[in-house]
Design a protein around this ligand. Structure first.
Ligand SMILES: [Zn+2]
Length: 298
């Protein structure tokens, strides 16, 4: 059988960090993303070792041992010109790396930050310095996965050349790339079309030197192409559409790349994830090269 990408969702740790694994198992996930603390806070309570052990064991049993990730809090701005905000950001990122190591996660997803007026070049150098410092302080931690952003305001990372410039300043084995389908679209990459999808791959190689992303966020969206807006929609309920996600989950270059949903969950907190994962698993299991009848993307 051909290999298929591990598929999962961003899930809650409410009730204990290991509960996220239980939720993932209920949904049949083979990949998982969590916030390892409340994402709107500068400090989370430490994770006690027994809770971490319970997480690690449950994840290993569920086959999630190498496909579980954390998303860093949005408060972090490692590109901030302001020293106080920057120092706090670096400290929180370091704490995120420590938590990820404790939980045995495969990476920490990070937005590269906003330069808030200093300009893209200085912002990238600042971000590299901050990420580098956090990585140095957490030598055993998994890599930081820099996420492509929609480019709202002065946010960095909406162009692969910016991501490439940032990665170039950091140790190669300690940083990676996270693609988010909604962000790519908002940033102006027309991934709803075959041509735009291939352009993205060519840019990945030429701008970052990488052959594949390390993680994908699968989100549909209803914003306009290149609008620099960041809004996530359920798979098949946005302008990307089912055909786009069919192409992505069947792309042989991504056959081992974990993919997680960050889409609205519905009133019971899981039925929309369940529905989307069933759809994605079905799409992924169709033979490669199958054009399908998934309607038009736009
Ligand atoms: Zn994302």
């Amino acid at each position: 059988m051909e290999e298929r990408p591990p598929l999962g969702a961003h899930l809650s740790i409410a009730g204990g960090v290991w509960r996220a694994v239980e939720r993932a198992v209920e949904l049949g996930c083979s990949a998982l993303q969590i916030f390892s603390q409340a994402p709107g806070r500068w400090q989370g309570p430490p994770i006690p070792e027994p809770a971490a052990e319970r997480f690690r064991e449950a994840a290993a049993r569920a086959g999630l041992g190498r496909t579980s990730f954390a998303h860093a809090p949005y408060l972090i701005n490692v590109a901030a010109p302001d020293n106080e905000l920057w120092e706090r950001s670096v400290a929180l990122l370091k704490d995120q790396l420590d938590r990820a190591r404790l939980l045995g996660l495969a990476g920490v997803v990070l937005h590269p930050g906003a330069h808030t007026g200093s300009g893209a070049g200085p912002g990238i150098r600042r971000a590299a310095e901050g990420i580098g410092r956090a990585l140095e302080a957490a030598p055993e931690a998994p890599p930081v996965l820099v996420e492509v952003t929609a480019g709202q305001g002065t946010a960095l990372g909406s162009r692969l050349e910016e991501i490439g410039a940032l990665l170039e300043l950091l140790p190669e084995d300690r940083v990676g790339i996270c693609w988010d389908t909604a962000h790519l679209w908002g940033a102006g990459y027309d991934i709803a079309g075959e041509e735009g999808w291939e352009t993205l791959w060519r840019e990945l190689a030429s701008r970052t030197g990488r052959s594949r992303p390390d993680l994908l966020h699968l989100n549909d969206t209803n914003v306009a192409l290149g609008s620099r807006k960041d809004r996530h929609e359920r798979i098949g309920h946005g302008v990307l559409g089912v055909a786009t996600f069919a192409r992505i989950v069947r792309d042989g270059r991504l056959a081992t790349t974990p993919m997680v949903l960050e889409t609205p969950k519905g009133s019971d907190g899981q039925s929309w994830d369940r529905e989307a994962l069933e759809l994605l698993r079905r799409l992924a299991s169709e033979p490669r090269g199958h054009t399908g009848d998934h309607g038009h993307a736009h």
